[in-house]
Design a protein around this ligand. Structure first.
Ligand code: SF4
Length: 74
C-alpha cells in the first residue's frame, strides 16, 4: 500500500527524497512508513529503500508540484 502524503520517513533530516519525483512512501500494516525509490525497479544503482537522509543523488528529479498537492479540488 502506498501513501502519497508526506510521512514520517520523508521528514528524515532534509533528505532529497522528500522533493524527488521518484519517491513513493510505503506504509506497512503496522503503520510504519518507508521511502521507496522508484528508480530501483529499473536501475541497480538505486536501493529500493534508500538509507535516509539522502544528501546527494544522481537520480534526483525535483517534483513539479509539492507532494500532496495532486488531486486538490475546490
Ligand atoms: S532518485 Fe535519489 S533522491 Fe530520488 S527517491 Fe531515489 S534515492 Fe531518493
Amino acid at each position: 500500500m502506498t501513501d502519497p502524503r508526506p510521512g514520517a520517513a520523508l521528514s528524515e533530516g532534509g533528505s532529497l527524497c522528500a522533493a524527488c519525483a521518484h519517491t513513493r512512501v510505503v506504509t506497512s500494516a503496522k503503520g510504519a512508513s518507508f521511502v521507496l525509490c522508484g528508480l530501483s525497479r529499473t536501475d541497480g544503482r538505486f536501493a529500493k529503500y534508500p538509507r535516509l537522509p539522502v544528501l546527494a543523488c544522481v537520480g534526483f528529479e525535483k517534483l513539479e508540484e509539492p507532494r500532496g498537492a495532486q488531486g486538490h479540488q475546490r
